[in-house]
Design a protein around this ligand. Structure first.
Ligand code: B1M
Length: 238
């Protein structure tokens, strides 16, 4: 048993604990992340603060070392799994607003792309803001989006792509909507690390969302414009 095994997370102050959680996320330690999340919640941290300060920030550090070739795919997968364990605790808490539905969104990662952490974060944050979210998962073809749109008749279609090789597929989906004559029925929001405003414009999306909180704010604003929704106004605090 090494020193790390003996560490009692509950003895750390908030700052030390968050730093330790970044390390535990880096090392892909599920149980420790779950314990850390529960301790912070027990100290009256908001689910949003736990999510952003402990988990998202930890994953940002993982991303830098993955990019720089210090971490490799299996290690990053372990980190991603640990993050998911933490998110599983936070999800129902973030969704517990009791607010009326502000709007409905179908969201998925596009074909060829299996990254889902960011998309799931967006889903969670949107639910937390009072949206009904239908998360259709990863590797979605045009047909998958069309089926979900037909079934759920959303206000918003959200697409996520993390790879430069998969982001062009967003245009394939939008073109299919244009071809069917239904493009203008939906607000189309896109996101993912390699995207930017210019790309969103170039494919005919309504907006690029840099992160999950931007997605929530953008969605609320579009919903106000779309139907003057009272729920959307209240959610936006206007
Ligand atoms: Co991947 N990967 N990966 N990976 N991976 C990246 C994206 C990469 C940038 C790493 C790097 O080289 N630095 C790089 C892409 C390079 C490029 O295209 N230019 C890369 C690569 C190359 C690959 C593989 C090809 C590696 C390989 O096999 N050789 C492979 C591809 C597999 C595939 O998809 N076909 C691969 C695999 C994987 C893992 C499976 C190991 C794992 C994914 C696990 C999972 O998601 N379940 C993984 C991970 C974890 C990453 C990094 C490290 C982290 C991504 C992440 O979860 N970030 C990533 C490096 C990085 O981004 N810095 C990387 C945290 C998340 C909270 O942020 O996803 O950006 P993000 O989401 C944000 C915003 O972008 C925005 O809001 C989110 C929350 O704030 N947002 C939206 C995202 N989607 C949105 C949708 C919206 C709105 C906002 O709709 C409305």
């Amino acid at each position: 048993m090494d020193e790390e095994d003996d560490l009692d997370l509950s003895t750390l102050n908030d700052e030390e604990l968050v730093k330790q959680m970044h390390d535990d996320l880096y090392d892909g330690l599920n149980d420790e992340i779950v314990e850390g999340v529960n301790i912070l919640l027990g100290r009256n941290w908001t689910p949003y603060d736990v999510l952003t300060q402990a988990l998202v920030e930890g994953m940002r550090i993982v991303g830098i070392d993955f990019r720089d070739g210090i971490l490799f795919v299996p290690e990053v997968l372990m980190s991603a799994n640990a993050m998911k364990s933490g998110m599983a605790i936070l999800k129902p808490l973030l969704a517990e607003t009791g607010a009326p539905s502000v709007g409905t969104m179908v969201i998925g990662t596009v074909k060829g792309d299996i990254h889902d952490i960011g998309k799931n974060l967006v889903s969670m944050m949107m639910e937390g803001a009072g949206f009904e979210v239908i998360n259709i998962g990863i590797n979605n073809s045009v047909e998958d989006y069309m089926a979900a749109i037909e079934e759920h008749n959303p206000d918003i279609i959200g697409m996520s792509a993390l790879l430069t090789t998969t982001m062009p597929y967003m245009k394939v989906v939008i073109d299919a909507l244009v071809e069917k004559g239904i493009r203008s029925n939906y607000i189309i929001l896109v996101g993912g690390a390699p995207l930017n405003d210019a790309f969103a414009d170039s494919i005919g999306a309504d907006s690029y969302c840099r992160d999950a909180s931007m997605a929530v704010e953008t969605a609320k604003q579009f919903m106000i414009g779309r139907q003057g929704s009272v729920a959307a106004r209240e959610a936006a605090g206007t």
